[in-house]
Structure formats: C-alpha cells, structure tokens
Ligand binder design. Sequence first.
Ligand SMILES: Cc1cc2nc3c(=O)[nH]c(=O)nc-3n(C[C@H](O)[C@H](O)[C@H](O)COP(=O)(O)OP(=O)(O)OC[C@H]3O[C@@H](n4cnc5c(N)ncnc54)[C@H](O)[C@@H]3O)c2cc1C
Ligand code: FES
Ligand code: FES
Length: 500
Amino acid sequence: MRDYILLYVNGREQRISAAQAFQPASDYLRLDLGQCGTKVVCAEGDCGACSVMVGRLATEAGLEPGNELTYVPINSCIQYLYQLDCTHLITVEGLKFDGQLNPVQQSMVDSNGAQCGYCTPGFVVAMCGLANDLQSQQQCQGKTCYPSEKQVKDSLTGNLCRCTGYEAIINAGMAVDLGRYKSFSELYPDKEMVANFKAHAQNELMLKLGGRTAFNPTSLSSACKFLNEQEKVVIVSGGTDVSVNMNKRDLVPANVMSTAALPGLSELKVLDESGRKVLSVGAKVTLRQLENLMKDLVPEFHKILWVYGSPQIRHAGTLAGNIANGSPIADSTPFLFLMEAEIEVTGCGGVRKIPMAEFYKGYKQLSLHKDELITRILLPLPHANELVKLYKISRRQHLDISAFTAAIRISLKGNIIERAFVVFGGVGPVVMRCAAVEAALLGTTHELVTYEAAGKIAKEVITPITDVRGSRDFRLALAENILSKFYFETASNEREFACR
Ligand SMILES: Cc1cc2nc3c(=O)[nH]c(=O)nc-3n(C[C@H](O)[C@H](O)[C@H](O)COP(=O)(O)OP(=O)(O)OC[C@H]3O[C@@H](n4cnc5c(N)ncnc54)[C@H](O)[C@@H]3O)c2cc1C
Ligand code: FES
Ligand code: FES
C-alpha cells in the first residue's frame, strides 16, 4: 500500500502526502507550487481558465497501459489530486520551447489575443493541446501547415473570455505553424516518467486525513471489498460531476474511491453477438474516446457527444459516470434507453447485467448494490435500415446542460411502422421510454399525421416541471413537436441512416 501520490509537474517529480492530497489540482499548483499561471474563475469546469495538459499511460481507447504518455487538456479545478496519481501535468509555465514563447504563445501575442489576460493561460493550453494532436495526426513536422478555423473553434468551446472577444484568439490559433510545433513528448522525454509510473502503479494508493480516505484500488476484487466494507463510498471516474459537487455543493465524502488504477476497464470495441453489432464500452473509456469512434460508426450519437460539455470535460468524463450520475437530463442516456443497452456491474459476488430500463429506481436512485460498480456498458448499435434521431435542446450549443432531450428509433416495413422506440429526458425524475407513444405509432403509416397524433399523446403522458432551464409548457410543446420534426427529418427518400 502506498501513502503518497506520484505526480510530475512540468517534468519535475512531486510526491504528495495525504496532507495535500484532498484538494483540486488547480489549488495545489497555485498555492503549494506557486505556479500561478493556472487561473481559477468558476471552479466548476465551465470557463477553462484552469486548463492544464495531463499525460497518462493508456489513454488510447481500448488499450491497457502502453509505453508512452498521451496528453489531453483537462480542467484542473475539477480534478482532485488523488485522481491524478501517476500522471504528468504540464501547465502554462511549462510550455516554452528552449526558454522562448512557443508558437501558440507567440501567436497570441502577435494577434493581440489577450486583454486582462486572466483567461489567456487556459486558451493557450487548449490550443497547445490541439497543436499537439494535429501535429501527431497530420505529421506536419518540417512542413508548413495550419489548424483550420473549425478545428480551432472546436478546441476552444470550453474556454471563456470576458474581454477580448474571440476573433483575435481564433486568428491566433489559425496562425500557428504546426510544422514548427514540438510535441509534448519532445518537450518532456517520458522514459523515466513511464518507468516510475509503472513501478508505482502496482501499489494501491491509500491516503487518510482526518476522517477521510482516498483509495485507488488496482483490482476489481479490492475495489468491491472496499465498497462493501466502508460506508458511503463515492466512486470517482472522471470526477466531472463529483468534483463540482465537492467544490460547489458542500459534498465532503468520507471515502472516495478512484477507478483510475483499475485494470480491464478501457475496452472500446464492437462485438458480434449472434449477428448483432454491440459496442462494449469499458467504464474508464472517456467521452472523447467514444466521440472519436462514433464519428463514423453512429454519426447521430456523435452529434450529441460533440456538443457534450467541452473538450476538457469529454477528455475526463466517462459514459459510466454519466449513467451513474442518474440525471434525467444526461445527454448520453436517451440513446442507451433507445438501443436497450445493458449495464454490466461487478460486485463481490461476481458480474451481472442490468437492462437500461431497470437501472433507475427513481430520481438519482440506481439499481446498484453497495459493493457494486459499473464495469462496462453493452450498447447494441442501430441496424442499417433503422431510422434513429437524437435531440438535445439547450440554450447554447456547446457547454450547456440540456433542458430537454429526445431519442426516436423507427423500423419500417414499406411505409408501415414495424417497431417504435421513443425516449424523453427532462420531462420527469428519470429518462423515460414512452410506451403510450410507441403504441400509438406501431402499425401506422410513416406520415405526418401519425407523428402529429403521437405528439399529442406525448403531451398527455409526460409530467415536466418548470425550472431554470425551461418552463413546463415549453417542455410539453417540445415533446409534442419533436415527433413531427423527426418525421420531416426522415421523410425524404434519401434518408440518412443512423448506422454506417
Ligand atoms: C462544465 C460541465 C459541463 C457538462 N456538460 C454535460 C453535458 O453537456 N451533458 C451531460 O450529460 N453531462 C454534462 N456534464 C456532467 C458530467 O460531465 C457527465 O455526467 C459525465 O459523464 C460524468 O462522468 P465522470 O466520469 O466525470 O463521472 P464522475 O464525476 O466521476 O461520477 C459521476 C457519478 O457516477 C458515479 N460513478 C462514477 N463511475 C462509476 C462507476 N464505474 N460505477 C458506479 N458509479 C460510478 C460517481 O460516484 C458519481 O455519483 C457536465 C459537467 C460539467 C462540469
Ligand atoms: S476555473 Fe473555470 S473551468 Fe476551472
Ligand atoms: S482577456 Fe480578459 S477574460 Fe479574456
């Protein structure tokens, strides 16, 4: 058992004892290490001012620890230190090339990309993350090539600026010559770090401070035993929900258990189950890894993942965390209900699979036993001839929580509806399949009047509330009209099918 966190910051080894471990990385960087370039504004993942790069072993989807570090941008305000054991953080102070501003930093200066400068380190880190990614994908070394406007904008949806406006910042990103950009692995050769992480990762991490414990098990049996023996354990995967609750909602868990060191939970592959394609998503697979895969596999789900939080959130957050958080406005769960996914959970007694439809017992109440955690999600993929559409209604396109979600899946025989699945979120305490609407659609023709009639039934059977994201009437109108929208989007002869 190990009683300190091993972390590298800008290439330097840090050993962090329990006395410092129960804090967000942003506080540790600023207050304990004096690296004040990393800023904190919102402390809940919304502004990106605290962005840092994190390098981990095994962030490639589906792979267990490899021999090099993969770097992604994250929000350090919602990453507690125990989540970052055996990782390398690169802050804005660590981005210079040979003591000079790197091409992203220089481009921000040249393009007048900063005014008060408070948001600037976060923007610079996010753009360095993009440059690092593109440079490795496009093999730009030695050539002249620049990020596109779309690539820059996509990489910055998690960063807010309140004075400059975005034009100068986006121009700065587009003017970075990727051919002159050094990758993080060139800046920080990782052989020593990798060896150190591998040696440390074999020992479970257990930190105790006051009445609090943080535990990083290295086997599922150890994880289940801990869950069984300790009271009120909070499991942490990406921490994008848990850490916000700790920072903003006074959650002070006596016991936290991070899944970071658990083996075997990174699987992301399509299985063939008696002719049916089923995607197996390990509990540690990040939303970004899923987004990348879905681009070609199920573009409709990719559309939802692309507007999910921000790159920093998607690089940390997981599908398992979204499911277990149990929010009725979670963005991934309508698709899981639609496709009749199964949640694989592991406990002291072994493994069991829970159908999505039985996973929630009420608002944020899960069918998990005390000793169980989610280990995998089994997601059947749409058949090639099914019509599938997913909807997220929010005030902003990116980095916003949904007011209402819907998912509709139809199989046609000729023009007759043979199978119908209709799911709504944000209209009750849990995401719900709407049996009455499905029944109204079955056996009828795929034409506008059918969906208009089904919309009227939807309005009768849901019980939305009014809250800050939208009124009850707004949600009733959405549920009614989304069915007609589905019809208009799928009526064409040249239908865009959901699964390629
Ligand atoms: C700025 C911001 C933007 C966001 N935008 C969106 C959005 O657009 N759409 C959306 O749906 N959500 C959004 N979220 C919410 C959050 O990012 C997602 O719910 C995310 O999927 C949670 O995953 P995680 O791994 O970070 O979960 P965590 O925070 O680690 O955990 C969430 C919950 O799941 C439990 N848990 C985690 N892993 C397991 C496991 N393996 N087994 C059992 N229980 C487990 C935890 O105990 C906790 O209760 C946003 C959050 C933030 C901070
Ligand atoms: S301080 Fe705003 S995202 Fe971290
Ligand atoms: S430059 Fe002031 S907040 Fe962006």
